[in-house]
Design a protein around this ligand. Structure first.
Ligand code: MF3
Ligand code: CO
Ligand code: CO
Length: 247
C-alpha cells in the first residue's frame, strides 16, 4: 500500500529531511585522508541525538551503526570500522533519521583528496542520474519513469546498474511501498500522485553490475572489485518535485 502524506505531514518530513541533509553535510566536511569511518559515525550520532531525533539505521534488522560507510568497491551497507580513509578513496555515506516520527534517508559519495578521473566521472554521472530521476517525480507520471531516467542517464557510459537493491517509499517507516528500481522501460507501474514520498537511490558500478555480500551479512561489494557510487534523496511527488533532504 502506498501512503499519501498530508501537507502537515510533509512539513514534518521536510524538517526530518533538513536534519538528515545537515548531518550529511557535516560528514562530507569531515571526510579527509586520515579520518576513520567510526569517527564519521560518532559525528552523525551526536548531531542526530543533539537535534532530538533518532538515528534510524541503528538496530534496523540488527544493523550495528548509525550510518553506512562504503569505501571504493563497497556498494552500500558498509559498517563503520576503525578503517581510515586515504587519498584517492571514495566513500559512500548513507544515513537516516527519525524526527517526530517521520523518516528521511539520504546518501552521497565523496572523494577523499584526489581521485582517478574515471572514478570522479562515475560519481558525477550517478549524481546526475538521481537529479534526472527526481524530475520524473511528478503527479501523473508512472513509477518506472523515475527508474528509466536513471538507466538512460548511465547507459551511455556503460556502467553497471545494481539490480538487487532499490529505492523505496518512506514516511512513518524507513521502507514503505513502492519499490523504486533503477532500470526499466518508462510508462510502467504505479501512477504517481501528489503527496507520495520516495527515497530515490541509484547504486552504479564503474564495471559490472554484479555484487556479493560479505561474511558480515551487510557489506555489499562489487564482484569485480571496481568502484561503485550511491546518491540518495527523499523526495515528495509534486508538480515541482520537492527534495526533502536538502539544508
Ligand atoms: N538507508 C538504506 C536505504 O537507502 C538502508 C540502510 S539499512 C541499514 O534504504 F540497516 F543499514 F540501516
Ligand atoms: Co539510504
Ligand atoms: Co533508502
Amino acid at each position: 500500500m502506498v501512503v499519501i502524506k498530508r501537507s502537515d505531514e510533509l512539513a514534518t518530513m521536510r524538517r526530518s529531511g533538513r536534519l538528515a541533509a545537515e548531518v550529511r553535510e557535516t560528514l562530507c566536511q569531515a571526510v579527509r585522508p586520515g579520518v576513520s569511518l567510526l569517527e564519521l559515525d560518532r559525528l552523525a550520532e551526536q548531531q542526530i541525538l543533539g537535534a532530538g531525533a533518532i538515528p534510524s539505521f541503528m538496530g534496523y534488522e540488527g544493523y550495528p551503526a548509525n550510518i553506512c560507510a562504503s569505501v571504493n568497491e563497497e556498494v552500500v551497507h558498509g559498517i563503520p570500522s576503525d578503517r581510515r580513509l586515504k587519498d584517492g578513496d571514495i566513500v559512500s555515506i548513507d544515513l537516516g533519521v527519525i524526527l517526530d516520527g517521520w523518516h528521511s534517508d539520504t546518501a552521497t559519495t565523496v572523494a577523499v583528496g584526489e581521485v582517478r578521473a574515471d572514478v570522479a566521472r562515475l560519481m558525477q554521472v550517478t549524481e546526475t542520474s538521481l537529479q534526472r530521476a527526481i524530475r520524473q517525480a511528478v503527479p501523473g507520471n508512472h513509477l518506472s519513469d523515475i527508474s528509466n531516467a536513471v538507466e538512460e542517464t548511465v547507459r551511455v557510459h556503460g556502467y553497471g546498474i545494481v539490480r538487487e537493491l532499490a529505492g523505496h517509499g518512506i514516511g512513518r517507516q524507513m521502507h514503505e511501498d513502492p519499490m523504486v528500481v533503477n532500470y526499466g522501460p518508462p510508462g510502467q507501474g504505479l501512477v504517481l500522485r501528489e503527496g507520495m514520498t520516495l527515497a530515490i537511490e541509484p547504486m552504479i558500478n564503474l564495471g559490472s553490475a554484479e555484487i556479493e555480500v560479505d561474511a558480515d551479512g551487510w557489506t555489499i561489494r562489487t564482484r569485480d572489485r571496481r568502484p561503485s557510487a550511491h546518491f540518495e534523496h527523499t523526495v515528495a511527488v509534486a508538480d515541482e518535485p520537492i527534495v526533502l533532504t536538502v539544508v
